[in-house]
Design a protein around this ligand. Structure first.
Ligand SMILES: [Zn+2]
Length: 44
């Protein structure tokens, strides 16, 4: 059973803002793991 880290927040579950705060990762909703069910490929 492998658990992949969320590619957006690198498994942290949140983003570190430059302003000093933190924002919950919208992709994994703060879990830090990549969702396999609702995986959407976003070309950025
Ligand atoms: Zn995430």
């Amino acid at each position: 059973m492998q658990q992949q880290h969320c590619p957006y927040c690198v498994g942290r579950g949140y983003f570190q803002l430059i302003t000093g705060g933190s924002e919950t990762c919208p992709s994994c909703e703060g879990t830090g793991s990549e969702k396999e069910e609702a995986r959407e490929e976003m070309a950025t």
